[in-house]
Design a protein around this ligand. Sequence first.
Ligand SMILES: *Cc1c(COP(=O)(O)O)cnc(C)c1O
Length: 376
Amino acid sequence: MYFDHAATTRLDVRVLNEMMPYLTDEYGNASSIYELGKSAKYAINIARMRVASSINCNSNEIIFTSGGTESDNLAIKGIAMANRFRGNHIITSKIEHPAVLNSCKFLEQLGFRVTYLNVDKLGRISLNELERAINRQTILITIMFANNEIGTIQNIKEIGKIAKKYKVIFHTDTVQAIGNYKINVRDMMIDSLSMSAHKFYGPKGVGVLYIRNGINFIRQNDGGHQEQNHRSGTENTAGIVGLGKAIELATSDLERYNEQLKVLSDFYIREVAGKIPNIKINGDLNNKLSGNNNVCFAGIDGEKLVLALDKKGIYASSGSACSAGLINPSHVLLATGLTPNLAKGSLRITFGKENNIDEVKYLIDNLVEIVSKLRK
Ligand SMILES: *Cc1c(COP(=O)(O)O)cnc(C)c1O
């Protein structure tokens, strides 16, 4: 039973079917000028239009990348470097994905200054604190749309307004939000965003950077001028086609999908809270990704919990997949004010479209038993 959809999702068979020709007969290089190449180029451009229409931007504002990590790196480093003559200050939050945090750390080594905003106990930044952090040197705000560990959704439209008011570029990591939340970059005043296909039932190793026309940024890959010369390298045609199909499926079905996940999550949280004492529910229950559930079990090591669940055929995670294997407690949970000991006892259950209520009942039964055993 798979309850780790924030780590990755299963490829939808309809996506695979659209990809298949480009893994077999349609193997042309999209830069070639003969039929086989043109056919690949055409397929890539269909995908580009699907992505653009799903977030309400122009096709020429879409750059295909190798995934969320590359998109975050390209946006943050590329925007910082292109705008360094205007200023050297960047604002982000303490609960960002490592792709954002470590890009910021890298820039600090080059002389940029970074403000890491605090979050409250539900994982939300303060808009007042954001506004106060802006100074004449500020060139970029990068705040994630929805957090991958606790699911908290930020007030992106208000952040976009503040960025616009002070003429600061606004990037947001929407890797967790795409496929869960309707995103309109014009309405929300988003200048740049990252997405990753494998988080919404698409293939791994392919993502998107949207970057608004008129925003200066410097490419990271030099080469054969693909992707409007913003990201060189032969296009991953099959992956891009898969991403295009996956985003079309995801955005056409948002309401029903969220309703389904909310039923599972509400049931899970109610049962866990009713049956297991000494727990702490993390994140903002009123404003979170509907499939994301993060709970700390006091006195328990989250990794042990994950391994015990694995023995029962249940896949879940303690914190994020990206930091799994590290002994440190989650930087996200610490930022929400948890003690390191309590933070270590976290279990992240993220539901997806294959899950049903019987699976959740099986999960609860096992969780009750395992938690009481581990506590003894
Ligand atoms: C998964 C994830 C990423 C990284 O995306 P990859 O495609 O796996 O590199 C970045 N940000 C967030 C919020 C994520 O959940």
